[in-house]
Design a protein around this ligand. Sequence first.
Ligand SMILES: Nc1ncnc2c1ncn2[C@@H]1O[C@H](COP(=O)(O)OP(=O)(O)OP(=O)(O)O)[C@@H](O)[C@H]1O
Length: 760
Amino acid sequence: MRVFGRVRAAGAAVSESERELFGGPLRYDMGWAEHERARLELSMLSAVRAMPRLVGGTLRRAWRADRPALVAVAVSEIGQGVAAAVGLLAVNAVMHALLGGGTPTDRLYAALPALVAVGVVGVVNAGLACWSTSRAGRLEPLVERLATTEYLAAAAAVEMEAIEDPEFRRLIDVAQYGAASARAMIGVSVAAVNGTISLVAAGGVLTVLHPALLPMLLLIAAPRGWGAMRVAQERYVSVMVWVEHVRAGRLLGSLLTSRSAAQEVRVHGVGDFLLDRYRDMAESAEREQKRLATDKALTELVAAGLSGLAMVATYAFMGWLIVAGHMELAVAGTAVIAVRSGSANLGALVMNVNQLHEEALYVHDHDRFLAEAARHTIPEGGADVPARVDEIRAEDVTYRYPDRAEPALDGVSLTIPMGSVTAVVGENGSGKSTLIKVLAGLLLPGSGSVRWAGVDVARLDRAQLFDRVALLTQDFERWPMTAGMNIRIGRPGRAASKEQDLAGAVRFAGGGALVERLPHGLRTLLARMFRGASEISGGEWQKIGLARTHFRTEGCGADGLLIVDEPTSALDPEAEIAVFDRIRRLAGPRRAIVLVTHRMSGVRHADTIHVLHRGRLVEHGTHDELMAADGRYASMFRTQAAQYAQGAQRPCGPAAEVSATGVPAGPPPVPGPPAGQDPAPEDPAIRHPSPAGPAPRPSVPQVRAPRGNGAGTPGPLGSAGAEVGPAEHGPRPDQAGPATGAGGPEQRPPRTGTPGSPAG
Ligand SMILES: Nc1ncnc2c1ncn2[C@@H]1O[C@H](COP(=O)(O)OP(=O)(O)OP(=O)(O)O)[C@@H](O)[C@H]1O
């Protein structure tokens, strides 16, 4: 059957829940793998033809992992093959002796040397098998580690653009199973080599006994080979087609148990609702499993029937040879043994080749990922970044995300002088985050250029460039590690073995009281999923983030760029003012700050403010200049001021209105801003404090930033409800579902037969 038919069969059922929740059937898009289709149209012949290549690839990996172990395995496997041939010849000699002339005692004596040889061969064989098993067992984990390390290193080294590209992300996902398969291929390759050698031995002996017996042997094994191959193809296609469904099922499972969704699951009654859909999706996955099981049973029945017929024909042929006097009885006895062991060898070999192929499909994905990743790897080397960088310039920069028709940045030009604070404002989706990624060298412009000290970023040594950049974003990583490590990780190479080494950063971030409250100070583990760990709030995390940024910037003596993206989204007003003050203090003559925020109170004291609108820079200037110009900035600013004024008059307003742009308008008294503008507080009472003076206490209720979902909730600041906890730091939400149900198993989900894994 051709693969298209199989894809149709595998994707026939669509659960109503998938339509309802995800807008349609979640099925793997086979489009990306157009060239893979030929690979799926396997036949036994093509599988056998590909075997040397597959085994060769495995051997190369094993060679790199542990040469002595590989040599030991090879020697012991070849030894076993030779032993098998010698054993068959010894059996032949025993037969001849037993069926020859003389008294039974004479015949027994005559057979004795050959019998001893059979015994010795058996012992040698067992010893060699033992040796091979132990060496192969040593190789397997090494190969898996090698493949996993290759995978992880490649994934960590690719350009951000690749990470943002859904196609590439899918490839990263698919390739994750390759390492386990590379490991499995060691054992299977060894078994395949062993089976081949044993088969050659049995075939050789059979050919010597009678040339017609070899084709008969092949006839017995062929149907089983066909059956095994067909079942494997079915399973692989099913895995590919259902992988998204499996993931979606797991996602539902993990949402039901996640902490971030716990409130809505209970209060909004989402629990029962999702559970129903989970069941529905599990049922459709089970239908696919049932289809696969039925198909497998039928295929194996047909294969066993055909193989049995070939066996009957072989024995009938041997019977005719004996009756017609073309074969001695003793030879026939050996031939029966050789046919039995040969067909067993061939059957095992077929299974091995088939399994090799199945594993190779995953290893192929792994290799394809490595090749793709190599094409997208951030280049090493390049021009040195000068120690003194007077300015960073973007010149007519245009950037378009791979899956978007519209550019996220369109002809943007700006200059960031060293020692300045530059603010970037604009409505949601106007391109602010994209701009800072481009300035930091994380994304390379499609056209135009970003220049550090006059040198195009594309030509600079990117590792050196990154070393000059510090990031403080609203969704900075909350590493599931200790509080101290969460600060130190800002510059992992910088020594900080003692708590005092981090004291400056903690003090700077105003985190002294927080650290004192933690049960083990900086050694407290901040990862709720582990026993003994502590939980801290979103605002407290942001203090940790600020301390991390301080630790990073302090560790860099050369000119650099500090990027601050919505740093106060989870802070109360007092803390917010203090943070903006601290960020300003991070500015120095040899450091430029780019600040992205919706909080106008944090923006007004910037040296230059750039206003982005739909990817284009539409205004720039100081706060006073922009207010005088009475353009978009002035309108945004006044809108926020008006919100605060309203908020002060209407303290019990709606908890979270939604603006015309679909953006939550913020906390209680703040109504949504006009379409296309971002809500952000501006309170005449909030004035940027002078570094010397105390922060005035604002008279407005706490205001949350509209970006992200970090409005005061601990943890989830990233997209898609990621949280500090298993959903973010353990397996991802789409991987962390229960072990059964629509989600299927954890490791290479669809293959192990757990309910919900269609190809089990
Ligand atoms: N990874 C991505 N893949 C595709 N499109 C993206 C990606 N990231 C952002 N975009 C799109 O690019 C445009 C600019 O997004 P960007 O995140 O830079 O805006 P922003 O001004 O930072 O928005 P916000 O204030 O909501 O954070 C938007 O239309 C957005 O949908």
